[in-house]
Every structure is written in C-alpha cells, then in structure tokens.
Design a protein around this ligand. Structure first.
Ligand SMILES: [Zn+2]
Length: 284
C-alpha cells in the first residue's frame, strides 16, 4: 500500500466549541512522509505542529497539541478520525485559530469534506503500526485501556457506564472499516451532562456549545429536541474520539483497542507506553 494525500485544497469553517469564535481550516496536499501537520498563523508568526502523541499538551475535554512556547491547537480528534478512516497519510492544515471548528459535534461533516477533497496516491510505501504484545494503562479509578495484537486491522471494544438511564452500560465491539465508521461512528456526536455544561460555562469554556453541536443529557432526558441519532450514540462517539487519538501515533494500526470508561487522557498515556518500548510494536 502506498501513502496518500488529498487531491486538492479544501476549506472547512465553523465555530469553535470552547472559544465560540469562527475557525477556518485550509487543508492542502502534503509531500509523502510528512504526516498530518497543522500550520497555525498568529499575527506575523507561523508555527508548525505535527499531530502526534508527543505534541499532545492537554487532554481535558478534547485533545490539544502544542509547543513549549505556548502555541496550541485544540479539538483535533474528530478531524483526525476522519483522516484516519479516509487513509490520508499526509496533509497540511493551515489555520489562524487555536481550536478546530466543532461543526455538529460529530465527524460526519469532516468525512464529507474529505470525500470532496479527493485522494491522491503518492510514491512512498505506507508503514502500518502492528501491535506485538499486550500493553495497558489503568488510572486510579480502574478505568482501563489496552492494545493487543490482532491481525485483521483495527478492532475496537469500548465500554462505558453512566448513571443516566439514557446511556447506562453501552458496548461497542467491531472491526473498524470505512463502512462501519460511516454508518455507526461518524454521525455520533459529543455528549455531556447538563450540570457539566453549567460548570464548563462558568469557567469560560464551551462558549460555542449548543444543542446544535452536542448531545446534552439531563438526568434521564435528552435535551436535544431531535433525540439521539443512534441508540448507542454515546459509546460510539467515544470510539470516534479513540480513532482520532490513535491517529496521533502517525500510523494506521493493526491491533485491538480495548477500553473501559476512558477518554483522551488515557488514549495519550497508552501511546506514550506503546512508544516507550520498541518491542511493543513493529512497523510493517
Ligand atoms: Zn469527541
């Protein structure tokens, strides 16, 4: 398999969930072996930040990459998931904002835009990251994430447990194909509880948040008038986040991810453990 980039430039525009301000991304084809690279322009300064696990600087509420000089770009995970599933190895993403647009809170729009960008084969071969042995990360509350060998591509098993009857105990378990992504994962929106919304707003976050870009649960009720898009929308969105975060490895993965009640923080810790020992994986 060869590497791929997008065929032609596209623009994606919308408001940022936390800042509430307009965010515009210009995606351009990029040379082989470069990866997914953000180029952020602030005034006269342009900084390049590669979308990679070692550049992740914040995992509270989203995945944020940045540099030691304070440059940051937030909420990369839904676009990263769409890039992963479309097999885009190399792309330049130019922006002058600090946060990606949230769109409807899912990856559906990013996926659609990437389809419109086309795909272009490059001359360099693609390397896959094959998991060679079990690795795991567990936090002090026994929320646990693991990567295991699995030969047929990427498989994800994800479980969540929420007190709300609307969510409860949900399980996702499937190979991750483009068909599964498109029908089961891409349309699933980010979700939160009403009390979390109130808190995040009180500390100046989610200024752009609304029922247009998140599922909001209030006890056993869904506040969005249209209801849920999928009976397992919540766990499927966690799978979407996990795919996007796994792509900060820089590779398509051959292995199984098993996760229980985990999020962006655990995804990043797992990648740190994975890359700390070369015998955990093989590039094939
Ligand atoms: Zn998300």
């Amino acid at each position: 398999m060869l590497q791929h980039t997008i065929d032609h430039e596209i623009v994606i525009e919308g408001i940022g969930l936390h800042s509430g301000v307009n965010s515009k991304l210009t995606l351009k084809p990029l040379a082989a072996n470069k990866g997914v690279v953000f180029e952020q322009k602030q005034g006269s300064i342009t900084e390049e930040i590669k979308a990679q696990w070692s550049n992740v600087v914040d995992t509270r509420n989203c995945t944020c990459i940045g540099k030691q000089n304070g440059v940051k770009i937030s909420t990369i995970e839904h676009l990263m998931a769409a890039l992963y599933i479309r097999g885009i190895d190399n792309v330049l993403i130019q922006t002058d904002s600090r946060e990606l647009p949230i769109m409807d809170g899912s990856a559906a729009y990013f996926y659609k835009k990437l389809i419109s960008a086309g795909i272009k084969e490059q001359e360099e071969p693609r390397q896959y990251l094959k998991i060679k042995r079990d690795i795991s990360f567990e936090d002090e509350k026994n929320n646990k994430i693991e990567l295991k060998p699995y030969d047929k591509g990427l498989k994800i098993h994800f479980e969540i447990d929420f007190p709300s009857k609307i969510v409860g105990h949900q399980i996702f378990d499937s190979d991750i194909t483009e068909d599964v992504f498109l029908s089961e994962i891409a349309p699933c929106r980010t979700f939160c509880e009403k009390y979390q919304v109130d808190y995040l707003q009180s500390i100046g976050l989610i200024k752009g948040g609304s029922l247009e870009n998140a599922v909001v649960l209030d006890g056993d009720k869904v506040l969005n008038p249209e209801g849920l898009r999928h009976p397992h929308e919540c766990v499927n969105h966690k799978v979407l986040d996990a795919i996007g975060d796994l792509y900060t490895s820089g590779y398509q993965i051959i292995g199984e991810l098993k996760a229980s009640r985990t999020g962006h923080y655990h995804n990043n810790e797992l990648l740190k453990i994975l890359f700390a020992d070369q015998s955990n994986y093989e590039l094939v």
